[in-house]
Design a protein around this ligand. Structure first.
Ligand code: PHE
Length: 495
């Protein structure tokens, strides 16, 4: 037989076993003594290695042991609470509830009275009276003796006592322990002593080792690639977070800057600015989360006047507007943003004349019943491009480029309707042979841009992140994304 490639501790342990009676059974203590080790882990590791090579047999027994817990150690020092209460009762000349509460602190007095009652102490007109002092003394002594007898093997511990103490906090604990015994196999017996000389066995290559001369004479440990190993479980991003990072990287690479803004917004910016009529059904309470606090959000009068003109008669744009009468109270109502377009439009209002490319991946809220494809809280991938000469072709190309970089080369657009864009598009991506709608896009209407002083065309889009995530991760239920099933999370591909 070829000499097995053993680590030094394995060599030492095997040699020690060979030098003794071959049939001997070794426990941990005798291995430690024979090898001159103090670290139990070294012995257990060496035993394990030898077992893998078939040189020793291991017998493992799992024992459970009852030990003192923190409160138990305290009780061994100071006495159990009932013992201290009982000795106080026997020595004081005023064994009343009131005196007890004065003498013992609150965290002891409360549970203490309970313990006394269980031990047969009655309270008669405020007086504490032991019904059966002898039994009481005996029970308390038994309990104390039990604590002093720990640690004990679970099977040796009195069951009634165990039951009693496990119902009390932190007094005793049961701990599992594995006991191992090793015996030489015939293969272990026949390894020659020469092969068990301890040498420098190298498991890890280090720069220091390579620079020194030592490696020339050292022995290298061979890797057994056939051995089973556990999969290391390292921390990793949630698939949604990883997806968001990837989307960010793509937009940044395409020359966009990221915009981050608040969830709480006014109906004015969320809707009026986008020429969504004030009586639009999507504004209803059953679709939008309105907030009671703050009671209202202050808006610039000039901006509201401009929206008023646009909504009522189209302002200066030549549009007819929606007619009716526009309410500034409605504009000031606070809500949880229903789309991230509320943020891009405000960005534009602040920089109406500077060409820009801006994106965001952020959370929006709609009062949706939760089902396979809907959540009341979800994310949108939003973006705008404003520059002189921007056109529909550029919008479509940008979206196609984005999805191609995400791994979906087949994208098509179809006509759609949004109150704030003209033309308006729906974006669809082909997945497993079917076209799936992922979002909306378009060019902002003059009714949106004119009141804010924007003169260049603005291309805009808003797409569902969770929808895309379902494609990427191959899910058919949107809820799966946020259930945090650890097994599922661990098995997700790294994006
Ligand atoms: N805001 C729209 C939505 O929430 C998407 C969209 C954004 C459409 C920008 C056109 C332009 O569905």
């Amino acid at each position: 037989m070829d000499a097995p490639n053993l680590l030094n501790p394995e060599r030492r342990m095997l040699r020690a076993m060979q030098l003794s009676d071959a049939a001997r059974t070794w426990d941990l203590e005798s291995v430690l003594a024979a090898c001159d080790w103090t670290d139990q882990a070294v012995a257990v590791g060496a035993g394990h290695g030898l077992q893998n090579h078939g040189l020793v047999e291991v017998e493992e027994t799992t024992l459970s042991e009852v030990r003192l817990d923190v409160a138990g150690e305290q009780a061994v020092q100071d006495g159990l609470l009932e013992a201290r209460l009982w000795s106080w009762m026997q020595t004081t000349d005023e064994a009343t509830m009131q005196a007890l509460q004065q003498r013992f602190e609150r965290h002891e007095a409360g549970p203490g009275v309970g313990l006394l009652k269980q031990l047969g102490v009655a309270i008669e007109g405020g007086q504490l009276v032991a019904q059966d002092p002898e039994t009481m003394t005996a029970v308390i002594e038994q309990r104390t003796a039990f604590l002093h007898s720990l640690p004990l093997d679970s099977s040796d511990a009195d069951e009634a006592m165990l039951k009693h103490f496990s119902s009390r906090k932190n007094l005793v604990q049961t701990v599992e322990r594995t006991e191992r015994r090793w015996r030489l196999t015939s293969a272990g017996e026949s390894v020659s002593a020469d092969d068990l000389q301890e040498t420098m066995v190298i498991t890890d290559l280090t720069p220091e080792l390579l620079q020194s001369e030592e490696w020339k004479t050292a022995e290298f440990r061979a890797f057994d690639v056939a051995l089973e190993a556990s999969t290391p479980r390292t921390g990793r991003s949630h698939p949604m977070q990883a997806l968001i990072e990837r989307i960010r990287a793509i937009f940044l690479e395409m020359g966009f800057s990221e915009l981050v803004d608040d969830y709480v917004q006014s109906a004015g910016w969320n809707m009026d600015a986008l020429f969504i009529p004030q009586d639009h059904p999507a504004r209803e309470m059953q679709d939008t989360f309105y907030l009671d606090s703050p009671a209202s959000i202050d808006l610039d009068d000039e901006v509201m006047n401009a929206w008023k003109a646009i909504h009522e008669h189209g302002g200066e744009t030549g549009s007819t507007g929606w007619g009716g009468s526009y309410s500034t109270e409605v504009s000031k109502r606070p809500l949880l943003r229903t789309h991230t377009t509320v943020n891009t439009i405000q960005y534009l209002a602040k920089h109406p004349q500077d060409a820009c490319r801006v994106f965001s991946v952020d959370r929006v809220f709609r009062k949706e019943a939760i089902d396979r494809t809907h959540l009341p809280e979800f994310h949108q991938i939003e973006g705008i491009i404003m520059e002189e000469g921007a056109n529909l072709q550029m919008l479509v190309t940008t979206l196609k480029t984005f999805y191609a970089k995400m791994g979906y080369p087949e994208v098509r657009v179809r006509p759609a309707y949004f109150p704030y864009t003209e033309p308006s598009l729906e974006i669809e991506v082909k997945w497993r042979g079917k076209w799936l709608e992922l979002g909306g896009a378009g060019i902002f209407r003059p009714e949106v841009t004119e009141p804010l002083g924007i003169t260049s065309p603005v291309l805009a889009w808003g797409m569902g992140l969770e929808r895309l995530a379902m494609l990427v991760l191959g899910l058919d239920d949107i809820r799966q994304l946020y259930i945090s099933d650890l097994e599922w999370l661990r098995n997700q591909p790294i994006l």
